[in-house]
Design a protein around this ligand. Structure first.
Ligand code: GDP
Length: 335
């Protein structure tokens, strides 16, 4: 099931709950059945789905047994149940959401004890790209990209370079992909289109040497964001991971980003774990969310590696890169 259908199915389940006269465990079970089967059909990991079901059920049962909530109207109860499900969906795509949500709730409950901002409950914080990584002005910030071949790595490197260039950073691209024929030409073409300086070689075959030299040269010229595109392979292989570790040691990135194709389904989870072990990336870019991706595999990868999504790729153009924020993403998904 593609991601937009997932949103529609969950929305339908919410509408069905709206039509039930009372919120009780039977109507909530029906809601959860529909929500969970939609998530499973979208390739979200079985354990994550089971966990969502258990937690929402526990929250609902606490609400139904809570005497102080007995004066809630049915509409208010429905809204609460929807909020429980919504929060768990957000948590699926934002590993930090639970902590941030708890902190926001604690703050708003202490505010309601009479603080000056008591009348303005703060929404739970949903982290965006600059919460994950904020390049420092006037300093070299090295970002290394990793991912499988075809995931959209080279395209995403240029998209990100353009993103930072537009925000006033002096930005350069290094092509350390010596494995795929034509990778340098592709990067060169994209970079030229976007007017971004690039570094690469047609003759040097050692990716570690190229990345070191590229980063050194950009640093010497006071570049502020230096993005290194490394090579991918068709699958996780020892050589790929060894190479990634060597490049990592040579360029000492401030941030490593893994690029994940949203359409690879359940394989995303194992792949992300393997890359996490080898490259210790700190952020994810999920690509091809404009297509017919199920997306659930990518969602499961986020949860499995507890790594936040920083951006999503929504097309082949260099401007098709959207900062990722979990709450607006889920709200939009649900339409
Ligand atoms: P790499 O091998 O990982 O460097 O992958 P490329 O950057 O060459 O991308 C592989 C293909 O995916 C190319 O045809 C890209 O245009 C396409 N692609 C990359 N990102 C996106 C995206 O967000 N949406 C769509 N529809 N296509 C994308």
């Amino acid at each position: 099931m593609v991601l937009s259908d997932l949103g529609r199915r969950i929305n339908n389940a919410f509408n069905e709950l709206q039509r039930t006269p009372t919120v009780d465990s039977a109507s909530v079970d029906q809601l959860l059945k529909s929500v969970c089967s939609a998530l499973l059909e979208s390739d979200v990991n079985v354990k994550l789905v089971a966990d969502l079901r258990t937690k929402v059920k526990a929250q609902v049962s606490a609400m139904l047994n809570d005497k102080s909530a007995s004066n809630l109207s049915e509409a208010q109860r429905r809204a609460k149940v929807q909020k429980f499900v919504f929060d768990h969906l957000v948590q699926l795509v934002d590993p930090n959401y639970a902590e941030n949500n708890a902190a926001a709730e604690a703050a708003s409950s202490s505010d309601s004890k009479g603080g000056p901002s008591a009348a303005v409950p703060q929404p739970p914080h949903s982290s965006g790209p600059s919460d994950i990584f904020k390049p420092k002005k006037g300093k070299p910030n090295v970002i290394m990209f990793v991912g499988l071949q075809g995931s959209g790595k080279t395209t995403s490197c240029t998209k990100l370079a353009l993103y930072y260039q537009k925000r006033g950073f002096k930005t350069g691209l290094v092509c350390a992909d010596t494995f795929r024929a034509g990778a340098f030409d592709q990067l060169k073409q994209n970079a030229s289109k976007a007017n971004i300086p690039f570094y690469g070689s047609y003759t040097e075959t050692d990716p570690v040497a190229i990345s070191s030299a590229g980063v050194r040269s950009f640093k010497a010229n006071r570049f502020e964001v230096i993005i290194v595109d490394t090579s991918g392979r068709h699958k996780q292989e020892k050589e790929l991971f060894d190479e990634m570790r060597e490049i990592d040691a040579a360029v000492e990135p401030d941030l490593t980003i893994m690029v994940l194709d949203a359409s690879i389904g359940q394989a995303a989870e194992a792949q992300s774990r393997a890359f996490k072990e080898a490259a210790g990336y700190g952020a994810i870019i999920v690509t091809k969310l404009d297509g017919h991706a199920k997306g659930g595999g990518a969602i499961s990868a986020v949860a499995a590696t507890r790594t936040p999504i920083m951006f999503i790729g929504t097309g082949e153009h260099l401007t098709d890169l959207e900062p990722f924020r979990a709450q607006p993403f889920v709200s939009k998904l649900l339409g």
